[in-house]
Design a protein around this ligand. Structure first.
Ligand SMILES: [Zn+2]
Length: 122
């Protein structure tokens, strides 16, 4: 499936760019975006991310990873986790593979997280 990962690509193009994640790691979209997306494992922020095909990862394992990263457990908040997973999957599905996406204050109107929040009415 197509998933969102941190990328160093495009870093420095925008003033205020931040890259504290690990290149290529999965990322979590922020809830109420302020600073960028966060690496799933490193927890480090990045203002640049992209969508790639990761055939080895199933929806179930992705859900477990997101649950672990956000709630500290894959069992916590079933319904809420479902909607978070849906948001990530849908976002990645609509993104062009390999195109650099931006998030955080430095991205301004380019911030994908803000666009996403608008779309979901949050
Ligand atoms: Zn935003």
């Amino acid at each position: 499936m197509k998933l969102l990962i941190a990328t160093k690509q495009g870093q420095g193009d925008q003033e205020g760019d931040v890259f504290e994640a690990v290149d290529g790691e999965l990322v979590v979209l922020p809830i109420g975006c302020q600073m960028g997306v966060a690496g799933l494992v490193s927890n480090g922020l990045t203002t640049t991310f992209t969508a790639v095909e990761r055939p080895g990862i199933t929806l179930a394992s992705y859900r477990a990873m997101l649950g672990e990263a956000i709630y500290g457990s894959e069992d916590a908040g079933e319904d809420e986790l479902d909607s978070v997973v849906d948001k990530h999957v849908e976002f990645a599905r609509q993104a062009t593979e390999g195109r650099v996406l931006r998030s955080g204050p430095s991205a301004g109107p380019l911030c994908e997280c803000c666009k996403l929040e608008q779309r979901y009415g949050k």
